[in-house]
Design a protein around this ligand. Structure first.
Ligand code: NCD
Ligand code: ZN
Length: 368
């Protein structure tokens, strides 16, 4: 098969950031997506006082992003950042303001997670924080886990989080949960088992984790993200989950842009974690499915499974035409896209034109 038409994509994990940058990232998303689940780990500035921890901030953020690209086709779905102080009343207010997802960031584990939940609280289901989780179950929301235990060895952090989810599954059997950016064979297996026990749980998988192993991350900052890519067996488990027939796995890019000056470590700063995959994510996933000869299942992973799990209504706003045609991604701005200057086998015909929305600090540049 050399040509394939698929419906616009559901990306169930996007970091759109804020300010002028958000306009840029959202325009990229809008080129291929019908739906994007917007992550809440924003920072102080550009009209926001920090992460999206309250209904009020959610409303502010929505207004900022909706004004940013008023003519977009992509429908944005909203998340709330849970803190140890989040109350059931705050959950009800956020649900009324339009929150669908409620994100657990284990404290200190990733970018802007300082206000997240400590391990001791994640393991103590009698802590008042869990009343908020019970309320998420009551309002029919989804808990989105960044599933890593802070301070654990990098290759063990996700596996150790399985016991947290296991306890939540037993305590709140009707709670809908998504394990974000799954990276291990253990977590894939656990999700399958929880689903066999009828728990309403699913996992998102990124484009980059389908392509990388830890070997590709060492020494290559643009492949560095949280959770870090694991071993070959883990990557193969992700590929079989994404390309298989289970409804329990769908696409969430975790596209997490950081300015190129923040992606380098030096004597004053560590490199920020995050891969900005949006410009190449559909093409990369197509490449993986093509290798296994199952391009016909691409719409399940890139759209339908998420649509069903999140119960999002609506017909595709448009289609994307994938063509087998080698190209090198050389879009260039202050943000270096994932897979920069590397060969891709597939391209999206509708994206042939280099977008003309490079403005301000994101202008294309020739500097190296
Ligand atoms: C994300 C970011 O930069 O906001 N980084 C990442 O490495 N994935 C945060 C996250 O989702 O962990
Ligand atoms: Zn993320």
């Amino acid at each position: 098969m050399d040509r394939l038409v698929i419906p616009a994509v559901f990306d169930m994990h996007q970091h759109l950031r804020q300010g002028a940058d958000a306009v840029y990232f959202l325009k990229w998303v809008d080129r291929v997506c019908d739906v994007a689940l917007v992550m809440p780990n924003t920072v102080v500035g550009h009209g926001l006082e920090g992460p999206i921890t309250t209904a009020e901030r959610l409303n502010q953020y929505r207004t900022l992003l909706e004004r940013a690209v008023p003519d977009r086709k992509a429908h944005l779905v909203w998340t709330l950042y849970l803190t140890e102080e989040t109350t059931p009343e705050m959950i009800r207010a956020a649900a009324a303001a339009g929150a669908t997802g409620y994100k657990i960031y284990p404290r200190g584990e990733t970018t802007n997670s300082d206000q997240g939940i400590r391990e001791a609280v994640l393991r103590d289901l009698r802590h008042p924080f869990w009343r908020a989780i019970e309320e998420i179950q009551n309002v029919g929301g989804v808990v989105n886990h960044h599933g890593e235990i802070p301070g654990a060895d990098v290759y063990d952090a996700e596996r150790k989080y399985c016991s947290v989810i296991d306890a939540v599954c037993r305590e709140y059997p009707k709670l809908r949960q998504v394990v974000e950016h799954v990276t291990t064979a253990d977590m894939v297996q656990n999700i399958r088992e929880w689903r066999e026990e009828d728990r309403p749980i699913a996992g998102t998988i990124t484009a980059h984790h389908l392509c990388l192993t830890l070997n590709d991350v060492v020494g290559q900052t643009h492949n560095f993200c949280k959770p870090v890519a694991k071993g070959t067996k883990d990557r193969d488990a992700l590929i079989s989950a994404a390309t298989g027939w289970s409804d329990g796995f769908f696409f969430g890019s975790d596209a997490a842009p950081h300015h190129r000056t923040k992606k380098v470590s030096n004597e004053f700063q560590p490199a920020c974690a995050g891969c900005w995959t949006t410009p190449v994510m559909v093409q990369l996933v197509a490449q993986v499915f093509d290798k296994l000869n199952c391009l016909d299942r691409l719409p399940r992973f890139l759209r339908t499974n998420a649509k069903t799990f999140y119960n999002i209504q609506g017909e595709p706003s448009r289609t994307l035409t994938l063509e087998r045609k080698p190209w090198w991604n050389t879009y260039r701005s202050g943000y270096v896209p994932f897979w920069f200057d590397k060969l891709l086998d597939w391209r999206v015909a509708e994206l042939d034109e280099i977008p003309n929305f490079h403005t301000g600090p994101n202008r294309p540049t020739m500097e190296v």
